[in-house]
Write a protein of this length. Structure first.
Length: 309
């Protein structure tokens, strides 16, 4: 890739976008383009077209999305569907209008069926029913994959899509009502430690298994894919190993230094029983993760204490 080429990172202040921005800077890219949501609302089609026409990026990384945890997705499916569809369609249509030669669309592992065979291969897409607590978000992301494939087929542009597993790291959302499970646990255990609470209540049964990837590893994988991958099929990005939510909670408690009891609130949803990605295609391209889960959680906890608590 040309280090002097203009590269637009949509969502560059979020968890994923900020990590990709850091990775591109470290690689020596000199013309990075970013705009906050206050500066550019990607749901505004006219504004999005004008922005892409002005900057004419050679590469677009679509890390912009409305995201949230299981309860946020369950309770606000309309917004998760509508906002994400508009963000994707506007951005990709605008990129097509200026014939951006290279685009990376970031989806989510929730695109796969709820009961997909584990580990989940890319070919499992559209082979079964989705998890109902986040099906609206999943449908939006599936539409993004289809748009990438349609543009490749019709216009021959080298656009690709990647499906990361559960992510965590600096700049994550730690809001107790809208965050994903790992940052939610970090905040809950930290507050329990500070308050001297005797018990922390976990949502759901604790038995579902999830795979967790540090966002800096994702950013490294994204650069690798931009350099090495060029195919219409989405490609999974993960670590190839998972833990139960109970095991994750015990790990976070250990990192935070919380020594109280753990219990479960069975009235809260579990979501998909297991979601482990088959990452053999990515590994075959010569990439592998480098951040151990416990080390990554410890670094994320330090970031949380320094920036939130």
């Amino acid at each position: 890739m040309d280090l002097q080429a203009p590269v637009y990172v949509a969502g560059h202040r979020g968890l994923v976008g900020s990590a990709i921005w850091r990775r591109l800077e470290a690689a020596g890219f000199t013309r990075l383009i970013g705009a906050s949501s206050a500066e550019l609302d990607l749901r505004d089609r006219e504004a999005t077209f004008a922005f892409l026409a002005e900057h004419k990026p050679a590469v677009v990384v679509d890390a912009a999305a409305r995201v949230g945890g299981i309860l946020a997705n369950r309770d606000h499916p309309t917004e998760f569907l509508s906002d994400n569809l508009r963000i994707q369609v506007n951005l990709m249509d605008a990129a097509l209008d200026v014939r951006t030669p290279r685009l990376l669309f970031l989806g989510s592992s929730c695109i796969y069926p709820k009961y997909a065979e584990q580990p989940i291969r890319e070919s499992s897409l559209l082979t079964g029913e989705l998890e109902p607590t986040n099906d609206a978000y999943a449908i939006a992301k599936i539409a993004g994959i289809m748009q990438v494939q349609a543009v490749r087929r019709q216009y021959g542009l080298r656009w690709i899509s990647a499906m990361p597993t559960n992510l965590y790291g600096p700049n994550d959302n730690f809001d107790p009502a809208t965050s994903h499970v790992l940052p939610a646990l970090i905040r809950r255990f930290h507050e329990a430690k500070v308050a001297g609470a005797d018990e922390v209540v976990l949502w759901g049964s604790g038995t579902p298994r999830r795979e967790f990837l540090h966002v800096d590893d994702l950013a490294d994988a994204c650069l690798h894919l931009l350099e090495q991958y060029d195919a219409p099929e989405p490609i999974n990005v993960g670590v190839g190993a998972d833990v139960s939510i109970r095991e994750l909670a015990e790990l976070v408690a250990r990192v935070v230094g919380y020594t109280g009891a753990l219990s479960n609130d069975l009235s809260k949803p579990d979501g998909t029983p297991r979601k482990l990605l088959d990452v053999s295609k990515l590994l075959a391209l010569g990439w592998k993760p480098s951040i151990d889960l416990e080390d990554g959680v410890a670094a994320t906890y330090r970031w949380y204490v320094e920036n939130h608590s």
